[in-house]
Design a protein around this ligand. Structure first.
Ligand SMILES: *Cc1c(COP(=O)(O)O)cnc(C)c1O
Length: 399
C-alpha cells in the first residue's frame, strides 16, 4: 500500500467534515455563551445558534424544530425513548417489541426494561436480515406499549420496511420507535411519513462531532410524552436537562445541512464504489458470501463472509492499515460472533470470517482499488496457511 492508512469503517464513526468544525469554532471562543442565559448578548447569540441548528436537523428528517431533543448521542436517545415511554405508559401496559439484530443501545436498554418488570419480545429476522411483518403483527398484544425497529442495520446496512411497520403499529395504536443512526444523512428518512413516533440518531455517524445526538419526538398526531432520564433545569422541554453543548449542536446542524444538500449525489458515488468492491471480491474470491439483503440496503455498506478466512487474521495480513470491522464483538469476557449475523442464521464460524466495509464521504476510487487487492490477497494468504480450508477444498468438510 503506497498511501498510509485507509478508513473503511465509517459505520463505527465518521471523521468530522471540516465545514462542520469551522462552523463550531466561534462557539468555543468569542461566542461561548450559555444558550440559557437570557440577560446578555452572549446568551442570545448561543440561543440563536441552537435554534438555527435545531431547524437544520429537523429539516433533514422532515420534522418540526420543536420535535428535536438534543442528547449526547444515539445511545442516550435510545435509552430516553425506551425507558421514557416505559415509565410513562406503564399503567397502560408493560410489553415492548424489538428485534434480535438491534444495536446494543436498544437491546441492553430492553434488558433493563425486563429487570424493571417489563416484558420484551425479540423478533427474529430472515437470512437476509429483514423482519417478517406478519410476525410483528402477531407479536402485538393489548398490553404492548412500544415497538422498536432500527431503520438500517449498522453491521449489514439492511433497511427495514419502516412504512409497512408504521402502518401495522398505527393499526394497533402502538407507539413506534426507530434507531435511525445509520440511515439519517445517508438516505431519505422521514419519521412522520413512515409513522415513526420516536427516532434516535447521532452527529458522529454523519460527519458531525462526537457526543451529540438527537431524539425526534412526535408533537402532533400523536403528541408523544416521555419521562426524562436526566432531571435538572428543564432544558429541551423538560425531556433532557443540562447546559446545551452549543458548539457540538452547531456542528450537528451544519452536518445536517451538508447532508441534506449532498446526500443524494454522495449516495450514488458511494454506491458505485461499494458495488465495484463487492463485484470484485465476490467474483475473485472463492466462497465469498454477501451478508444481508442485496437490495434493501444502505448504498455505502457491504458485509461479506469469506469462508474459512478468519476476519481478524485477514486484517492482520495488511497490518490493520485498512480500517474495517469484523463479525466478531469483544465483550468483557470473550470474543463473540456478531449477534446480528448469528440472528441471520450465519454460523459462528462464518460470522468470525465476515468483514464489514463501510465507505464514506472522504473515500476515493483509488482507495477502493487498494482495499480490493489487500482483502483478496489477505483472504488467499490466510487460507493458504489453513488446513481447514484445504480440507474444505478437497470436499472433506461441508461447512
Ligand atoms: C453508533 C450507533 C449507536 C450509538 O450512537 P452513539 O451516538 O455513539 O451513542 C446506536 N445505534 C446505532 C445503530 C449505531 O450505529
Amino acid at each position: 500500500m503506497a498511501a498510509s492508512l485507509i478508513y473503511f469503517d465509517n459505520n463505527a464513526t465518521t471523521p468530522c467534515d471540516p465545514r462542520a468544525v469551522e462552523a463550531m469554532l466561534p462557539y468555543f471562543f468569542e461566542k461561548a455563551g450559555n444558550a440559557a442565559s437570557r440577560s446578555h448578548p452572549f446568551g442570545w447569540e448561543a440561543e440563536e445558534a441552537v435554534k438555527q441548528a435545531r431547524e437544520r436537523v429537523a429539516q433533514l428528517i422532515g420534522a418540526e424544530a420543536r420535535e428535536i431533543i438534543f442528547t449526547s448521542g444515539a445511545t442516550e436517545s435510545d435509552n430516553l425513548a425506551i425507558k421514557g415511554v416505559f415509565e410513562l405508559y406503564r399503567p397502560k401496559g408493560q410489553h415492548v417489541i424489538t428485534v434480535k439484530t438491534e444495536h446494543k443501545a436498544v437491546l441492553d436498554t430492553c434488558r433493563r426494561i425486563e429487570k424493571l418488570g417489563g416484558e420484551v419480545s425479540y423478533l427474529d429476522v430472515g437470512e437476509d436480515g429483514l423482519i417478517s411483518l406478519d410476525a410483528l403483527e402477531s407479536a402485538i398484544r393489548p398490553d404492548t406499549i412500544l415497538v422498536s425497529v432500527m431503520w438500517a442495520n449498522n453491521e449489514t446496512g439492511v433497511i427495514q420496511p419502516m412504512e409497512e411497520i408504521g402502518a401495522i403499529c398505527d393499526k394497533h395504536g402502538v407507539l413506534l420507535m426507530s434507531d435511525a443512526t445509520q440511515a439519517v444523512g445517508k438516505i431519505t428518512v422521514n419519521p412522520r411519513a413512515a409513522g415513526v413516533h420516536l427516532m434516535a440518531f447521532s452527529a458522529h455517524k454523519m460527519y458531525g462531532p462526537k457526543g451529540i445526538g438527537a431524539l425526534y419526538v412526535s408533537r402532533r398526531q400523536p403528541r408523544v410524552k416521555l419521562s426524562p432520564l436526566i432531571d435538572g433545569g428543564g432544558h429541551e422541554q423538560g425531556m433532557r436537562s443540562g447546559t446545551l453543548n452549543v458548539p457540538a449542536i452547531v456542528g450537528f446542524g451544519r452536518a445536517a445541512e451538508l447532508a441534506a444538500g449532498e446526500m443524494e449525489a454522495e449516495g450514488q458515488r458511494l454506491r458505485r464504489l461499494r458495488d465495484e468492491l463487492e463485484r470484485a471480491l465476490l467474483s475473485r474470491v472463492e466462497e465469498a458470501h454477501l451478508n444481508g439483503n442485496p437490495e434493501h440496503r444502505l448504498p455505502h455498506v457491504s458485509n461479506i463472509a469469506f469462508r474459512h478466512a478468519e476476519a481478524e487474521s485477514v486484517m492482520m495480513s495488511f497490518k490493520q492499515r485498512i480500517a474495517l470491522s469484523s463479525g466478531s464483538a469483544c465483550t468483557s469476557a470473550s470474543i463473540e460472533p456478531s449477534h446480528v449475523l448469528t440472528a441471520m442464521g450465519r454460523s459462528a464460524e462464518m460470522a468470525h470470517s465476515s468483514l464489514r466495509f463501510s465507505l464514506g464521504r472522504f473515500n476515493t476510487e483509488e482507495e477502493t482499488a487498494l482495499v480490493i487487492e489487500a482483502v483478496a490477497g489477505g483472504v488467499e494468504k490466510v487460507r493458504s496457511m489453513s488446513p481447514v480450508w484445504e480440507l474444505f477444498r478437497d470436499g472433506m468438510l461441508d461447512g
